[in-house]
Every structure is written in structure tokens, then in C-alpha cells.
Design a protein around this ligand. Structure first.
Ligand SMILES: NC(=O)c1ccc[n+]([C@@H]2O[C@H](COP(=O)([O-])OP(=O)(O)OC[C@H]3O[C@@H](n4cnc5c(N)ncnc54)[C@H](O)[C@@H]3O)[C@@H](O)[C@H]2O)c1
Length: 223
């Protein structure tokens, strides 16, 4: 059975496609478009038209025949479903190559997130400034988690060896959503949501497909 998000039975796979629809709708809106058909949304997001219609109907949105979906209304609806109507504070732990790049990534702000804290444990890094924010020691996590608007997402950009320790620390500070860039599995309590971005795994999957193509080509040459 497909996993469902806890609140109202929106399948996890549908949730995973909503950001793509929202990005396409934002682009359309920026070019002054008022409406869009499900087939155009499908083309822009690489999802089948029938799937787009099904996903949107789960949100209670049905296109008008011959007109399609209202771009603004659908964007608002998806943003509300994703909980983007409020800005969510983010703290990044591990301000090395990747942490610095993430801290300066403007796409976070335009998608409803605000980096409020940068944390590292290296005295050589602590005190440096990245995109207007001073890197703080790990002990400063309290400062961010006790804000009136506490940290919603903790991003882990440390080496793998430190990732579990950092995840434990974030959880102890009440962070319930973690995005980890460190390869490997994190053990967290059941009410903590972890998303992992593993670049090396993605590249290895591409390598597998390259390898299959090479084997097929060799087979053809031999035959
Ligand atoms: N750099 C990339 O392009 C890239 C791409 C994909 C994934 N990753 C992954 O992201 C992670 C970071 O990569 P990087 O290249 O930025 O490494 P990096 O070595 O440049 O930076 C890691 C930072 O984490 C800090 N750190 C280490 N232990 C810590 C702890 N316990 N608490 C707080 N800070 C701590 C270090 O002081 C350092 O500043 C790695 O797990 C890596 O595999 C990196």
C-alpha cells in the first residue's frame, strides 16, 4: 500500500510531485498566464497527464473543461497543502563546502524557508560570515530553537561520521524535520521526519544505467 501523509490521506508520492507542480505554476504565473491544462502541467513536470489530474483531484482541485486550472488558485492551494503559507526557519549544521553553498542558496527563500542559523564545531569556521550570517558554535543551537518561531528544519551538511551525533542533537533541541546530505542512515524517533539527499547514490544509479548500455552495445558489436 502506498504511504500516506498523516493528516488527510494525501499519498506520499503525490506530496513528492507537488513541489514540481508548484515550480511549473510559478513559472507560468511569472509569464502572465492565468490558466493551464493538466497536459501542459504534465509536460512541464515530466508526469503523465492522468497522474496530474489524479494528484490535483486529491487536493480537491478539478480543472474546467476547455479552460484548465486557474494558475493562482492552484498555486495557493498547493502552497497551502505543503504548509508554505508560513516561512519556516532553517538551521544548517556543518558549514563546509556544501553548507556554505546551501546557506547562500536563494532558492530557499523563494520556496518558503529562511536560514536563521549556521552552526559548526570547527573554531576556524566559527565566527566566519556566510551570506550575512555569523557561523555559531554547536552550543548556540539553543539560540535558534528557543526563538519565538523555532527552527522547523535542521539541515545536516557534516561528514557522515558526525551526522548521527548532529541528528541526535537536533532532535534533543526539538527539531522534527531533518534534511541530511551526509550519506548513510540516520536513526531518529518515529515522530521525526528525515529526508536524505545522497548525491553519490544517484551517480551510482546513473553509472549502473551507463554500464547496462555499454554491455548492450558490446553485445551488439559481438553479434
Ligand atoms: N561538497 C559537496 O558537493 C557535497 C555533495 C553532496 C554531498 N556532500 C556531503 O555533504 C557533507 C558535507 O560535505 P562538505 O564537502 O561540505 O564537507 P566539508 O568537510 O567541507 O564540511 C563539513 C563541515 O562540517 C563541520 N563539522 C564536522 N563535524 C561537525 C559536528 N559534529 N558538528 C558541527 N559541525 C561539524 C566541519 O567543521 C566542516 O566545516 C558530507 O557528508 C558530504 O558527503 C557534499
Amino acid at each position: 500500500m502506498m504511504a500516506e501523509s498523516p493528516r488527510r490521506g494525501v499519498p506520499e508520492a503525490t506530496v513528492g510531485r507537488l513541489p514540481g507542480y508548484l515550480r511549473a505554476l510559478t513559472e507560468l504565473s511569472e509569464t502572465g498566464r492565468d490558466s493551464v491544462s493538466s497536459d501542459e502541467l504534465a509536460e512541464k513536470t515530466g508526469v503523465r497527464g492522468a497522474q496530474v489530474r489524479k494528484d490535483l483531484s486529491i487536493l480537491g482541485s478539478y480543472g474546467v473543461r476547455g479552460v484548465g486550472y486557474d494558475v493562482t488558485r492552484l498555486s495557493d492551494q498547493i502552497a497551502a497543502e505543503l504548509g508554505l503559507s508560513q516561512v519556516r526557519p532553517v538551521v544548517i549544521v556543518g558549514i563546509g563546502n556544501l553548507g556554505r553553498a546551501l546557506a547562500s542558496y536563494s532558492g530557499l527563500a523563494t520556496r518558503g524557508f529562511r536560514v536563521v542559523g549556521l552552526v559548526d564545531n570547527d573554531p576556524a569556521v566559527i565566527g566566519s560570515v556566510v551570506d550575512g550570517l555569523v557561523v555559531r558554535p554547536v552550543s548556540a543551537l539553543d539560540t535558534f530553537t528557543e526563538l519565538p518561531d523555532p527552527v522547523a528544519v535542521g539541515v545536516i551538511a557534516t561528514p557522515t561520521a558526525a551526522a548521527q551525533e548532529v541528528a541526535d542533537l537536533l532532535v534533543r533541541h526539538g527539531v522534527r524535520s531533518i534534511l541530511s546530505f551526509a550519506p548513510g542512515v540516520l536513526r531518529v524517533p518515529a515522530d521525526v521526519h528525515v529526508r536524505a539527499v545522497d548525491l553519490a547514490t544517484e551517480l551510482q544509479i546513473l553509472a549502473f544505467h551507463e554500464h547496462q548500455r555499454e554491455l548492450a552495445d558490446e553485445g551488439q558489436d559481438a553479434g
